[in-house]
Write a protein that binds this ligand. Structure first.
Ligand code: GLN
Length: 544
């Protein structure tokens, strides 16, 4: 087992997740099998109950694990799916230790952080690594070195490096090299302090990734090398990048791939970045542009919609047109005439997932604009449920139509609680989560987009479309074109509209730079097509 640990110093938010993902990509480009584990030193068992406002998007894995958004970066950079055991939290570790203690597994011993908690951490890492079958496992430690929360994890990793022996583990430390003063001096002191802190725990970094606004001058690299005891070729400069997908090549250009394989005693084959470079080249082609409106609730914190943003980057890297996302706050929208006018001029609309009543009216208004004016629309999860409600209100003339999530006593519950889950009281664990099989109707728009009639997509929801309204939807032009194996409505579309599609699942979680998701591709293609047609020649959207 070979392990690469990535820690962070000085401040959080240095892009450790992107560094870790990129290191993985460098190894993978050399034909080495890799996997990544994220350690989150918080007490939450998983990210499911965490507010995306505080922590960014909750990423969902195939197995239904609600994970930290970095797992999404790993999947996108590696182009492979991960499982729940790859997100280790303090909550999971302590829960396991306490369960074992209650069962009497510790045979009367005093249960302590060292060796019991650290032992459980090592066991979890080894188990996840072993199950993945990868040659190299990268472990990203969340937070910054010196945080009380991360101490047991760093101690466990120190112990692990001792147990695995020389040459089996590399420690990559990410730090900040700020540029200060009138002449723009790069400062190495924070890096020195943070490396000292790491050494006090007994970990000697083997590589330093210095983040900052500008590339490091050779003398600054030399200084860090001298003070921190790493060879100059192991001091890597990663200045801020406009596009995160450039980072693997920034690292590669500084010889990181070769250095890392040498450290771990792995063969250093010629890396293959053909597809990756194709993606980046097409991304920058800039042939035409579209503006996609996104109406959501957490628009101030863009990280809460990270996978959607990335999915559009992937499409840009396939189609070569510029995609501008315009963010609209769903709550302000109904009262903001100027914003509504701007929205009407958008080339497409995405309404992503969401929870609760806030902002619902704004989403409905935006969807109505798209439906009635032939603007391409993609509704994801809540955005799909909202499309059904909008249709019921404005086409079926049921003004009270709503989701019982918003109005529990509505006379027209077009979206309501999944029958089996009505009884579940605890918030964590009451959702329909993870990958499910969906059958698409032959000849439907969605089947044509996927070029298949059987798909697997990831879910995260509690409510669903009420089947009692389906006949009326259908007779007025809104069709069900996808269902789960147990008959739930998964896809709705308006065949007479140029592009109006809602999906109960989350396609954004499966989009990858080298394999953009077909629905996002189709939405942007529809937006491009619409730009070419003069507005008065556009087809009439719906029957009603
Ligand atoms: N709030 C809705 C539900 O629970 C949609 C969830 C979502 O968009 N992720 O069903």
């Amino acid at each position: 087992m070979k392990v690469v640990v990535v820690t962070g110093g000085v401040i959080s938010g240095l892009g450790k997740g992107i560094t870790t993902s990129s290191l993985g990509r460098l190894l993978k480009a050399r034909g080495i099998t890799v996997t990544i584990i994220k350690i989150d030193p918080y007490l939450n068992v998983d990210a499911g109950t965490m507010n995306p406002y505080q922590h960014g998007e909750v990423f969902v894995l195939d197995d239904g694990t609600e994970a930290d958004l970095d797992l999404g970066n790993y999947e996108r950079f590696l182009g492979q799916s991960l499982v729940g055991s790859h997100n280790i939290t303090t909550g999971k570790i302590y829960r396991a230790v306490i369960e074992k203690e209650r069962r009497g597994d510790y045979l009367g011993n005093t249960v302590q952080i060292i060796p019991h908690v650290t032992g459980e951490i090592k066991r979890s890492i080894r188990e996840a690594a072993l199950a993945s079958g990868a040659e190299v496992v990268l472990v990203e430690v969340g937070g910054t070195v010196g945080d009380i929360e991360s101490m047991p994890f760093l101690e466990a990793l120190r112990e692990l490096s001792y147990e695995l022996g020389e040459g089996a583990m590399a420690f990559v430390h990410t730090t900040l090299v700020p540029v200060v003063g009138p002449v723009g001096e790069a400062k190495t002191k924070p890096t020195q302090h943070s490396v000292r802190e790491l050494r006090a725990i007994g970990i000697r970094p083997t590589m330093i990734v210095a983040r900052g606004p500008a590339p490091l001058a050779p003398e600054i690299k030399a200084k860090i090398s001298l003070f921190c005891d790493v060879p100059p070729e192991a001091v890597i400069s990663v200045p801020d990048q406009g596009l995160i997908y450039d980072v693997p090549l920034v690292l590669e250009a500084q010889g990181v791939g070769t250095h890392l394989t040498r450290l771990l005693g792995l063969p250093d084959r010629e890396p293959d970045f053909t597809q990756w470079k194709n993606f980046l080249e097409t991304y920058r082609r800039g042939e035409g542009s579209v503006e996609v409106a996104v109406v959501g609730k957490y628009t101030e914190l863009r990280d809460s919609y990270l996978s959607h943003t990335e999915a559009f980057h992937h499409v840009q890297g396939r189609l070569g047109c510029q995609i501008h996302l315009s963010w609209y706050d769903a709550e302000d929208l109904p009262r903001d005439a100027a914003a509504l006018q701007r929205l009407e001029r958008s080339d497409a609309l995405l309404v992503p997932g969401g929870f609760g009543p806030r902002g619902v009216e704004g989403k409905l208004r935006a969807i109505e604009i798209c439906r009635t004016r032939g603007i391409p629309y993609l509704g994801v999860c809540y955005g799909f449920q909202m499309a059904a409600i909008e249709f019921a209100r404005n086409v079926l003339a049921l003004p009270k139509a709503n989701s019982t999530e918003v109005d529990p006593h509505t006379s027209d519950p077009v979206v309501c609680l999944l029958e089996q889950q009505k009884t579940v009281g605890e918030l964590g664990g009451s959702m329909r989560l993870g990958a499910q099989k969906i059958s698409l109707t032959e000849e439907s728009r969605v089947a044509k987009i996927y070029e298949r009639t059987e798909i697997w997509e990831r879910h995260r929801h509690r409510y669903e479309i009420n089947p009692a309204y389906l006949d009326r939807f259908r007779s007025h032009g809104l069709e069900v074109s996808g269902r789960s194996a147990d008959g739930r409505v998964e896809v709705l579309e308006i065949p007479e509209h140029p592009f109006f599609l809602g999906v109960q699942y989350h396609p954004e979680f499966l989009s990858r730079p080298e394999a953009p998701h077909p629905l996002y591709l189709a939405l942007v293609r529809a937006a491009l097509a619409r730009k070419e047609v003069p507005p008065d020649a556009a087809p009439t959207p719906t029957r009603a």
